[in-house]
Design a binder for this molecule. Structure first.
Ligand code: ZN
Length: 88
């Protein structure tokens, strides 16, 4: 097992504890860092009242919202975690 595989498993195990699923679908989101770009990631919200194009995080949204401090990293981590979903 490669080190990347070990870290993937560790992340999946952590998400099983802190999120609603071990492999949620991720989106980029606006966090509370004051940035005008979405610099965080959060699981996709399935609430009917939450427009999928609205990148904000509300009470309806599943946890966790994770600050990445960069829209570039947020895009990358969301894509990476979504790619890992197919390997779980
Ligand atoms: Zn929501």
């Amino acid at each position: 097992m490669s080190l990347l595989d070990v870290y993937r498993k560790d992340a999946r195990d952590l998400l099983a504890v802190i999120a609603s699923s071990a492999a949620p679908e991720w989106r980029v989101c606006f966090t509370e860092d004051g940035s005008e770009e979405p610099t965080g990631i959060a699981p996709v919200c399935a609430d009917d009242e939450h427009d999928p194009d609205d990148g904000s995080v509300y009470n309806c949204c599943p946890a966790p919202a994770i600050e990445c401090f960069s829209s570039t990293f947020a895009d990358y981590l969301a894509a990476l975690l979504n790619s890992d979903r197919s390997q779980s």
